[in-house]
Design a protein around this ligand. Structure first.
Ligand code: UT7
Length: 320
């Protein structure tokens, strides 16, 4: 057995901060942010939370799938920025949508989170343990940002993306994942709940911190590599891939991957101009936009790829 995506959904908060708004907060400007990142605006929570955004995206994905909430066997929520530590965000989403028969857990793989959650769903379906799985990538990164650090606050945004998978006949399609904890220093955020929390409370380390160039170089090297590994396992040529749905961290990263893979940039849809980098939500949001715009056709081969903190990276082949 293998999982097939039968519904998608997404949510972005109504409040928008554009690059000019950020230029009022830190020493930056619209031109720099657009040119270096491709980001123009990002959506930021006000009354929303990881729970409410995840629930809204999940509701939409369920509706799109035509499935009832009670039919969902498993909910995996990928997040690093939940307002909820206990119970987990997946349980909160379960409560919100009424998926009373689901088993629920969260997964932390940062910007690779949606891909890791999708792969975990596939593994459970292939093993015959669960049939219908809801995957949600959801982040309120604005809670983790130091709004005085122009190296990070200009990049990220909040939102949620979701997909419903159901079991179908067929062998599981290739998925390749990697982690390298020895390079974790490149992207960190200390918990505000450490036992020495008082020392850390006003400390920069409790905000998201990133060695931008190091992460950039890692991404442009590892993403083409892991896509190559998936293609080799699938025994197909790169020309057979219709779309590459990559984590939306930076337009220059996506362009560099396209160039390294010698593929036209048109095969690499992007939406970071609207949302910024939404970490584990980005792949789900983009997939949902493409789906709603009717750009995904039955039988198309699509490569999902994520990369980020851990360090972690991975890619999965899907057939629409
Ligand atoms: O999702 C998880 C994975 N994360 C990523 O993939 C992020 C990967 N990294 C990046 O996207 C890029 O490294 C950044 C967008 C974060 C930074 O771009 P960069 O081209 O690597 O810039 P830089 O850090 O090398 O800085 C270049 C210059 C510096 O000035 P000098 O030293 O050349 O005078 C910075 O001080 O740009 C300056 N700078 C800024 N200027 C205006 C850095 N940030 C800003 C800013 N506005 N926000």
């Amino acid at each position: 057995m293998r999982g097939k995506i039968i519904g998608t959904g997404s949510f972005a908060p109504a409040k928008v901060l554009d690059n000019n708004d950020l230029a009022n907060l830190v020493d930056t400007n619209d031109e720099w942010i657009r040119e270096r990142t491709g980001v123009v605006r990002r959506h930021i929570i006000e009354d929303e939370s990881v729970t409410s955004m995840g629930t809204a995206a999940a509701e939409q994905a369920l509706k799109d799938s035509g499935m009832k909430a009670e039919e969902i066997d498993l909910i995996i929520a990928s997040t690093i920025s939940s307002n909820v530590i206990l119970p987990c965000a997946a349980c909160e989403i379960q409560k919100g949508i009424g998926a009373v028969n689901a088993t629920c857990f969260d997964l932390n793989a940062a910007c690779t989170g949606f891909v890791f959650a999708y792969n975990t769903a596939q593994a459970y379906i292939a093993a015959g343990i669960y049939k219908n799985v809801l995957v949600v990538g959801v982040e309120a990164l604005s809670n983790l940002l130091n709004w005085e650090d122009r190296g990070t606050c200009i990049l990220f945004g909040d939102g949620a993306g979701a997909a419903v998978l159901t079991a179908e006949e067929g062998t599981i399609l290739p998925m390749v994942t990697h982690s390298d904890g020895s390079r974790g220093e490149a992207l960190t955020c200390n918990s505000r709940h450490n036992k020495d929390w008082q020392e850390h409370l006003e400390d920069d380390s409790t905000y998201l911190q990133m060695h931008g160039q190091e992460v950039f170089k890692f991404a442009v090297r590892k993403v083409p590599e892991v896509i190559g590994e998936v293609l080799e396992q699938a025994d197909i040529s790169i020309e057979e891939i219709d779309l590459f749905v990559l984590h939306q961290a930076n337009r220059r990263i996506v362009e560099s991957v396209a160039k390294k893979l010698k593929q036209p940039i048109e095969k690499f849809p992007m939406n970071m101009h609207e949302y910024g980098n939404t970490s584990s939500a980005s792949v789900g949001i983009l997939l949902d936009e493409l789906n709603r715009e009717g750009k995904l056709k039955a039988g198309q081969k699509i490569l999902l790829a994520g990369f980020g903190a851990g360090l972690s990276w991975g890619a999965s082949l899907i057939e629409w």
